[in-house]
Design a protein around this ligand. Structure first.
Ligand code: KIV
Ligand code: NA
Length: 275
């Protein structure tokens, strides 16, 4: 689907649903859910799919490779792709080059960047060249070294005003969507009411125009402690361990494979000839 489909939901006040995907399998699952509107290839994949302690370690080429895998899995959904740390900061050129390299893969509807004022020229340029930009403010995981780790932002009046101004600025310079991460519901509500572009919240309450979750959090794919704002819809991790234990037990007890069902037959005559 296209950006205009996402805007139709926004105009109708239908909450916009976004889920991350980081490979072909998770992309397939997201693409097939009729209740999901958009897929995000988030740089959170550094942590949930590659085991890094933060998103900073992620190399553009590795992210690019993962993005290609997700793209092969998608038929239906609006696709948003992050610019990872190190792929857009050094110059406007670097930013445009990274974004265009991703856009050339096809199917991408928007490029997402963490930040606001510091990205003014970059976002305007992307917009001028026809690349819809999704902003990302509040908690910005790429800046966790400066902001005191992965914790809620905008809880005092000064910070809240700063985040509100950042949101207005992103809208003014042409962002088409804004992710609001880990800010109080009161603030995300105020921002959403004062913008005319959709806000997508994560850990930002239910007054935003939509919600995004990291799929591995929502489906319990890892054994990590989940953030407060996640509703764990499933625990694939434990279900999978149980299933592998069942496989292991069956093999060790000679209950798998079952000769009558899991094997390829060969007629006796052929076997005798062979012997
Ligand atoms: O990388 C990511 O998954 C994100 C979402 C948390 C919005 O940016
Ligand atoms: Na991200």
């Amino acid at each position: 689907s296209s950006l205009s489909d996402i805007y139709k939901l926004y105009k109708n006040k239908t909450p916009i649903t976004v889920i991350t995907a980081h490979d072909y399998i998770t992309g397939k699952i997201a693409d097939k859910s009729s209740k999901i509107d958009a897929i995000l290839v988030g740089d959170s994949l550094a942590m949930v799919a590659k085991g890094h302690p933060s998103t900073l370690e992620l190399e553009f080429d590795d992210f690019y490779y993962s993005t290609k895998s997700v793209i092969r899995s998608i038929n239906e959904k609006f696709l948003i792709v992050d610019l990872p740390f190190g792929s857009f900061e050094s110059s406007i050129n670097q930013c445009i080059d990274s974004a265009i390299k991703l856009m050339k893969l096809g199917k991408i509807g928007s490029i997402k960047l963490e930040g606001s004022y510091e990205l003014t020229d970059r976002i305007k340029t992307l917009n001028n060249f026809g690349i819809p930009v999704t902003g990302h403010i509040g908690l910005q995981p790429q800046k966790f070294n400066l902001t005191g780790g992965f914790k809620a932002q905008g809880r005092n009046s000064i910070q809240a005003l700063e985040i509100f101004k950042q949101a207005l600025h992103l809208q003014e310079i042409g962002c088409k969507l804004i992710v609001l991460e880990c800010i109080p519901e009161k603030l995300s509500h105020y921002i959403t009411e004062n913008l005319n572009i959709p806000t997508i919240g994560i850990g930002a309450g239910n007054k935003t125009s939509g919600q995004v979750l990291v799929m591995s959090d929502a489906l319990g794919m890892l054994d990590n402690k989940l953030p407060k704002f996640v509703n764990p819809y499933l625990n694939i991790h434990n279900l999978s361990i149980d299933a592998l234990n069942n496989f292991g037990n069956d093999v060790k007890n000679l209950n798998f494979p079952v000769s009558s069902t899991h094997t390829y037959p060969m007629n006796d005559e052929e076997f005798e000839k062979f012997q």
